[in-house]
Write a protein that binds this ligand. Structure first.
Ligand SMILES: NC(=O)c1ccc[n+]([C@@H]2O[C@H](COP(=O)([O-])OP(=O)(O)OC[C@H]3O[C@@H](n4cnc5c(N)ncnc54)[C@H](OP(=O)(O)O)[C@@H]3O)[C@@H](O)[C@H]2O)c1
Length: 331
């Protein structure tokens, strides 16, 4: 039997991702070895960091060379197994890659319940939710009454971050692109206010919406958003650098934010973090996030594209803001 795959075909460092960075291929499925199982991939999850992984940035990602299978997290069903802990019919989540069938061992995947939160484990109960949780709670250290500003607020991480901020008693302001995303943030997600960076002056709106200054800024975007927020930080503010999607496709990086010296004037901190630093605490965080989702305090939206052939174009959606919610694809 043949296995359709997408292979890496280019390194997009210093430029936008292109469909030609991926090449469709077929490989014959091999007989399983002892302790291996075959998973039929049902759904893939997409994250802007996948571009960084393709770039093999030193100290961050490696081994993603041209000709290799494109890596990616997904969920699927075990269809053949030589390992009793991965029984046929069970649902698994892990690094399955951009392919129809993944050959795995127990180290590659986690068996998960086949319940109503199955796909949420690729979003708010997976990397997305955990990133929001540790970035906000551990690095941002929100206090009740704080004003929390989130950029990329309508995205997968940003929408969970705002809701965690509300749970912690903050006033929340989100920055997102377009009226539809801003309306969703206020009407459905529960942000107190939203700024449409594509049509509003972020600087002027921040003056209005954060008259006492921003206590916590959770930044997914960098660039102008970061500079505008730094211009309005409060005393002892915490600036959390989660991501910087505005810089991911630039050939030449712009100079640093001109407002950075407010970090000194306001005795603030600016700290980056990687989710991989908190692995030992993941289980406890997932239990808390599950309770909040089940209790209706955290809502989430999924943007589910369809079809093996659309896998590369689905990744590209993240960089033009086409995704509305956690970007997923059903094979
Ligand atoms: N530190 C960590 O460990 C860690 C882990 C996971 C993710 N992250 C980071 O978290 C951030 C959010 O990831 P996600 O998975 O939740 O993606 P996402 O926010 O669901 O999708 C990306 C969003 O970024 C916005 N965007 C794209 N290009 C932009 C630009 N040039 N300027 C401003 N906004 C732009 C778009 O929203 P609009 O339509 O609103 O523009 C788009 O929908 C990313 O930066 C990612 O790298 C960090």
């Amino acid at each position: 039997m043949q296995n359709k795959q997408w292979l890496i075909n280019g390194n997009p460092r210093g430029r936008a991702l292109a469909l030609t960075d991926f090449l469709e291929a077929q490989a014959a499925l091999q007989t399983l070895r002892p302790n291996e199982a075959r998973v039929q991939v049902e759904m893939l999850a997409f994250d802007p960091a996948m571009k960084g992984q393709l770039e093999n940035v030193s100290g961050y990602a490696s081994g993603n060379d041209v000709g290799n299978l494109m890596p990616g997290r997904g969920l699927g069903e075990v269809v053949e197994s030589n390992d009793a802990s991965l029984p046929v019919g069970s649902k698994v989540i892990g690094r399955l890659g951009w392919q129809e069938y993944a050959t795995v061992t127990t180290q590659d995947v986690e068996v998960v319940p086949d319940d109503d939160l199955l796909s949420a484990r690729l979003g708010p109960l997976g990397v997305t939710g955990l990133t929001a949780y540790f970035g906000l709670l551990r690095v941002g250290k929100p206090e009740p009454g704080d004003t929390l500003l989130v950029s990329g607020a309508a995205g997968a991480v940003g929408s969970v971050t705002g809701q965690l901020g509300k749970i912690m008693g903050c006033r929340t302001v989100g920055i997102a692109g377009g009226q539809a995303k801003c309306d969703w943030l206020v009407d459905e997600v529960g942000y107190d206010a939203a700024i449409d960076y594509k049509n509003d002056s972020v600087k002027a709106r921040l003056k209005e919406l954060a008259p006492q200054g921003i206590n916590v800024f959770f930044d997914n975007v960098g660039g102008v958003a970061l500079n505008d927020a730094l211009g309005r930080i409060a005393r002892h503010a915490r600036v959390v650098i989660c991501g910087g999607i505005s810089r991911y496709e630039q050939e030449t990086l712009p100079p640093g934010p001109t407002n950075y010296f407010n970090i000194v004037f306001r005795q603030a901190t600016m700290e980056g973090f990687l989710l991989s630093g908190y692995e030992r605490e993941h289980q406890q965080a997932i239990e808390r996030l599950t309770d909040w989702i089940r209790g209706g305090q955290i809502k989430y939206k999924e943007d589910v594209q369809q079809g093996f052939e659309n896998i590369p174009s689905t990744l590209l959606r993240l960089f033009s803001g086409k995704n509305f919610g956690k970007q997923l694809l059903r094979l």
